[in-house]
Design a protein around this ligand. Structure first.
Ligand SMILES: NC(=O)c1ccc[n+]([C@@H]2O[C@H](COP(=O)([O-])OP(=O)(O)OC[C@H]3O[C@@H](n4cnc5c(N)ncnc54)[C@H](O)[C@@H]3O)[C@@H](O)[C@H]2O)c1
Length: 435
């Protein structure tokens, strides 16, 4: 099939490449000329494990191309995937500006029947609004489908190639069959293809992210209770996760919700509840708990330094919102760094993949270290914000010899408190007694 993917970001590039890998002829479109130029030059605009190899192969085999020309791409494709960003506004309302700009462009460009597949997480009813908008512009026949995306950054290729399920919101039997045919190679392991109404598909995305976020917030609350009572959240988590009704996923305490999806989707769902007069106190609390939890962690750091970090040099390990990505959108590290800078600290940060984005975000307000240990030189403290593998078992003696003051604030519970105490560190983690 000929497919156009509009928006070549974390979702669009993976979706387009994954479809090309299955033999389809795919053109990925972005309005950002720098993104398209880098892809055309064989350079990856994002860090996503396993993606580069797939992009290179599919470009070489001439199944995958890149362009800024939406009209030409749409003219040539039966399926048009919409993968542009849908951030939330201050009050939680979804900002669908990018989606409607694409809808407008598509409507003006289609020369005949097309299927518009919406992967952008719009507010409920968004796919129908896209349909209404396109219908108001073109007289050509078309169909719309809601096909929410559940991939996780850091494991996006694997998630897209081997999904737990495919959700397709679509009212038309013929279009459903086309979507089923499209996704059949991805579901060979027997995972389900779930066809439903457009609004149910859209709601599935919100319900999924709300569930995941609620687990995180609940565990962060339990972690704080553990700390208050001298219990250890790591032991509690293992025992809770062993319950077959619960399982292990999304139970790690940490720094609260992060990234460009979970927090914004929960905020959007809570906003929709308020708009509809449907109380959603659990959604509201999921966000509030996350905020309070991160603030509590930040307060702990500031309190250790008596709220004055003038002339203090603080090292940060990990700035991305999770490991194996370069994405710093919604990362708790940014809030922590802001607080440190406001308190007068000099911040030296290291991240295996997110350094460039961090530098672009802070310019020269933050020093980006070339290596993990370089960030520790003369540091008055270390804050661990992301659980990259290389931080799990570092050379503690080297750390101790580099740091001016041996204190670690570990937002990811990477080390054993007893070991750190024996090594002479003051060690603060989440939901475990401080040593
Ligand atoms: N990032 C994730 O992990 C993830 C997972 C599931 C769902 N989603 C949802 O998928 C959607 C896309 O998210 P993302 O993280 O990939 O966003 P992103 O910001 O990484 O990428 C969006 C891309 O769209 C491009 N774009 C914007 N307007 C355009 C236009 N008019 N024409 C062409 N290109 C245009 C931008 O330049 C950008 O490169 C969002 O709705 C998000 O909520 C994201």
């Amino acid at each position: 099939m000929r497919i156009a993917v509009i928006g070549t970001g974390y979702v669009g590039l993976v979706v387009g490449t994954g479809l090309a890998e299955n033999g389809h002829q795919v053109i990925c479109v972005d309005r950002d000329e720098a993104i398209i130029a880098s892809l055309q030059a064989g350079e990856m605009p994002i860090h996503e494990p396993g993606l580069e190899e797939l992009v290179v192969r599919n470009v070489e085999e001439e199944r995958l191309t890149f362009s800024t020309d939406l009209a030409a791409a749409v003219a040539d494709a039966l399926l048009v995937f919409v993968c542009v960003a849908t951030p939330t506004r201050e009050d939680g309302e979804v900002d669908e500006t990018e989606v409607f700009a694409v809808a407008e462009g598509v409507a003006k460009a289609i020369p005949g029947y097309r299927i518009i597949v919406n992967k952008s997480t719009c507010a409920i009813g968004g796919t129908e609004r896209i349909r209404d908008h396109i219908r108001s512009v073109t007289s050509h026949d078309f169909d719309v489908v809601s096909n929410p995306e559940f991939l996780k950054e850091g494991a996006a290729v694997d998630d897209f190639m081997r999904p737990d399920r495919i959700v397709v919101g679509c009212d038309d039997v013929r279009v459903t069959e086309i979507m089923k045919e499209l996704y059949a190679p991805f579901l060979r392991t027997g995972k389900p293809f779930l066809q439903m109404s457009i609004r149910s598909a859209e709601m599935t995305k919100y319900a999924t992210n709300a569930m995941l976020a609620a687990r995180i917030s609940l565990m962060n609350e339990m972690a704080n209770l553990c700390a208050a009572y001298g219990a250890d959240i790591a032991l509690v988590r293992d025992a809770v996760a062993a319950d077959s009704r619960i399982g292990h996923a999304y139970l790690f305490p940490g720094l609260g919700l992060g990234g460009s999806c979970l927090p914004k989707d929960v905020e959007a769902a809570a906003f929709m509840g308020r708009e509809q007069g449907v109380p959603c106190p659990l959604l509201e609390a999921t966000i509030q708990t996350s905020e309070q939890h991160l603030n509590r962690f930040i307060r702990g750091i500031l309190a250790y330094f008596d709220d004055d970090l003038t002339d203090k040099r603080i090292a940060i390990w990990g700035v991305t919102f999770k490991p194996r990505t370069d994405d710093i959108r919604g990362a708790p590290s940014l809030r922590i760094i802001d607080a440190l800078l406001n308190a007068g600290a000099e911040v030296h940060a290291f991240d295996p993949a997110g350094s460039l984005k961090l530098q672009q975000y802070y310019n020269d307000k933050v020093a980006v270290a070339p290596k993990a240990y370089a960030a520790l030189e003369d540091a008055d403290g270390l804050v661990i914000c992301t659980e990259w593998r290389e931080f799990h078992r570092p050379d503690y003696e080297r750390m101790a010899s580099l740091m001016r003051n041996k204190v670690i604030f570990d937002g990811r519970n990477l080390y054993t408190p007893k070991t750190m105490a024996e090594l002479g560190f003051r060690y603060f983690s989440v939901g475990r007694p401080a040593v």
